[in-house]
Each structure stands twice: as structure tokens, then as C-alpha cells.
Design a binder for this molecule. Structure first.
Ligand code: SF4
Length: 358
């Protein structure tokens, strides 16, 4: 057996091997302490933030991108109907005010008959028109996209556009249940899978990052390789690449499920198991990262003001006593990582607040 075959064989799970979620795994690759916190707080994969499924009304109000043509057309139709209804609504209000005038003889009814319909027309138009413009542009973008898809044989990353993939014949399907690979005890759920023939392509969104800011790091390659394996196990098709969409946009990148991505996944899984085992068997915590720069912008190390019974009792937080540090402003601060490992992470805000002195 080759070295790589032996390496893969060693990932076979035993009955005592812990289940590792894909999200947890990637946190371990980022930092073992972040991985352990995520594991202990049982944070599941959250790639199921599908606004189209969770509430179209909310999505319309916030103008989050839609990812299939039908809800876009429905939203456009609704906005057009809202606009068409305005004259009727304004006319009805004018009529009621006129009847009031006849019945009561109150002169203010004239005012109502003029002002309220005018307000309805103005505010109704201001409300409907931006939606019509937004969804109209979106519909055109979706309809006019040229079919284009990554080469399944390519070992390089390829820039993609969501609508071009759909135009190329992919069906986009959201997963509702977590996928589980019992042989390696890995679980997770991509945001969607794109299906075309025997191709099964996992899709994952990186929220809050514009395309030009998005950097693809080791944990992203590992995450994609993990999703590809889970989908291939669950559906039996082939996943030669996976897709990351950037923020609330329709652009992204296809990451090849090549040897490099798979190695990152396997290495991350081994490290995750090792740290979890160390904790479960010997109560051994992982050391802090050897370079402080990784902590400087880590959300788990960001200090926040200590409020007894509140800041130390937030939902999803581990039940650990707060590790307090006092700033030059006289306030007490703590952080999630600081509380869990009883230290002050070298976060940039910890320096700014003088919790750590240079
Ligand atoms: S603050 Fe530092 S040690 Fe803590 S989880 Fe973040 S990167 Fe890891």
C-alpha cells in the first residue's frame, strides 16, 4: 500500500472516535483553541442560511440576493401589483372622505380627501419603485447570463458566476439534513448542491466579504474537500470541485477537489481528533498559537465589557468563569477564548484598551 493509501486508511473511525463537524474542523485548522471552543459549544455547520427558505418577506425587505429565477419573478410581480393597486387605494380613501363630508358636514373631510390619497400615492410609489427596479435588474441578469461552467478536469481554481452555472443546466438544491460519513465520523451540510448529470457540486457562501476582499485559505480548501466527500458518499455522484460564493453576490470561485484540498482536509481532521482526544482523556488544552497575529482579529479573542450575569451568560457560551482584565478606562473586560483558557488573548482591542501592555 502507498503512503497516501496508508494515510487515508488511518482516518477510518473507531467506536470511540468523536464526530467532527465540517465547521468545527475548519476552526481547528484556523486555531486549535478556536476549534475546541466550537466543538465544546456544539456549534453546527451553519451553511443553511437560506433566505429563500427562511422567509421571502424578510429577504425582499433587505434585498438579499435571490438564487433562483422564480422568487425573483414573484417578487417583481408583487412590487408591480403594489404599484398597480395604488390608484384604487387612493381613490377609495378619497371616496370615504367625501362620504364623511356629506354625512358630517365636517370641512376637515375635504382635507382628508386630498391629503391622504396624495400621501398614499407618494409613499406607495417610493416603496414599490426601488423594488421594481431592483428585481427587474436581477431578473434580466439571471435571464441573460451566458452558460459557463468550470472544467471538471481542471486542478486550478476558476472564477464563476451563479447565473452562468444555472444557465449551463445545473439544478440548485438546498440540503435540509446534515450529511454524515460514518466511516470517518465527519458531518456537515453545504448551503446547496448543484446537480447536473452525475456531477454533484457543493456550494458554500462566505458572508460579509466582497469578492475582492475574499482570500481563500487552507481551511476553505479543507472545507470544500470535506463537503465533496460527504456528497459523494451520500449521493454517489462525482464532486470534482466545490463552489464558494462571496458575500451577498453572485460571483465566486470553484475550488478544485484536488490532492492539495484533500490533504488539507485530512490533516485538519487528524489535528481535530488529536486535540479533542487530548482534552477528553487527559484534560489537556491546546497551547495558544505560536504567533499572536492570528489572535489580533479573532472574534473569540475580542474583549468585551464585563457585565455580571449578562456578558458571562450569553447564549451558546461555555459555562466558564470570566477571566477579567482591567483597562486604563477602569472597566473590566473578558473574551470568549480568554474565559475558556483563562488568559488574555493578544487581540488588537486588548492592546488598544491596555489590557495587555506593549
Ligand atoms: S483568540 Fe487566539 S487562541 Fe483564541 S481562538 Fe482566537 S486565534 Fe485562537
Amino acid at each position: 500500500m502507498t503512503n497516501s493509501g496508508r494515510n487515508i486508511q488511518s482516518l477510518q473511525a473507531q467506536s470511540h472516535t468523536p464526530w467532527v463537524g465540517v465547521h468545527v474542523l475548519t476552526e481547528f485548522i484556523f486555531c486549535p483553541r478556536a476549534g475546541l471552543i466550537t466543538f465544546e459549544t456544539k456549534q453546527e455547520d451553519d451553511d443553511n442560511d437560506d433566505r429563500e427558505l427562511q422567509g421571502q418577506q424578510k429577504a425582499q425587505l433587505t434585498y438579499r440576493p435571490y438564487y433562483s429565477l422564480r422568487p425573483i419573478e414573484e417578487s417583481l410581480e408583487k412590487a408591480l401589483n403594489d404599484l398597480r393597486r395604488l390608484p384604487k387605494l387612493a381613490g377609495g380613501t378619497a371616496l370615504v372622505s367625501f362620504l364623511l363630508l356629506l354625512l358630517t358636514g365636517a370641512l376637515q373631510a375635504w382635507l382628508l380627501a386630498l391629503v391622504i390619497p396624495a400621501l398614499i400615492l407618494i409613499f406607495g410609489t417610493f416603496n414599490a419603485y426601488p423594488r421594481i427596479s431592483y428585481f427587474g435588474k436581477l431578473r434580466d441578469m439571471a435571464r441573460k447570463a451566458l452558460p459557463r461552467e468550470p472544467d471538471p478536469q481542471s486542478v486550478d481554481n476558476t472564477a464563476i458566476n451563479w447565473w452562468s452555472l444555472l444557465a449551463a443546466g445545473f439544478d440548485s438544491v438546498p440540503y435540509r439534513d446534515t450529511l454524515k460519513d460514518h466511516s470517518w465520523r465527519v458531518a456537515g451540510k453545504p448551503w446547496r448542491v448543484l446537480r447536473k448529470g452525475s456531477l454533484r457540486i457543493p456550494v458554500w457562501r462566505r458572508r460579509g466579504e466582497a469578492e475582492n476582499q475574499a482570500k481563500i485559505r487552507g481551511q476553505h480548501y479543507a472545507r470544500m474537500a470535506a463537503y465533496c466527500r460527504l456528497i459523494e458518499k451520500a449521493e454517489g455522484g462525482s464532486s470534482p470541485y466545490g463552489i464558494i460564493l462571496f458575500g451577498n453576490s453572485y460571483d465566486g470561485i470553484a475550488i478544485a477537489n484536488n490532492q492539495g484540498s484533500r490533504s488539507a482536509f485530512h490533516k485538519g481532521l487528524r489535528e481535530a481528533r488529536q486535540v479533542i482526544k487530548g482534552k477528553q482523556r487527559w484534560e489537556r488544552d491546546p497551547s495558544p498559537p505560536s504567533t499572536g497575529t492570528i489572535c489580533s482579529s479573532c472574534p473569540l479573542g475580542k474583549p468585551f465589557t464585563y457585565r455580571p450575569g449578562e456578558s458571562d451568560n450569553r447564549p451558546g457560551r461555555l459555562n466558564t468563569s470570566p477571566h477579567l482584565a482591567f483597562g486604563d478606562d477602569g472597566r473590566a473586560y473578558h473574551s470568549e477564548c480568554g474565559d475558556r483558557f483563562q488568559w488574555i488573548p493578544p487581540h488588537q482591542k486588548a492592546f488598544a484598551k491596555r489590557l495587555i501592555k506593549y
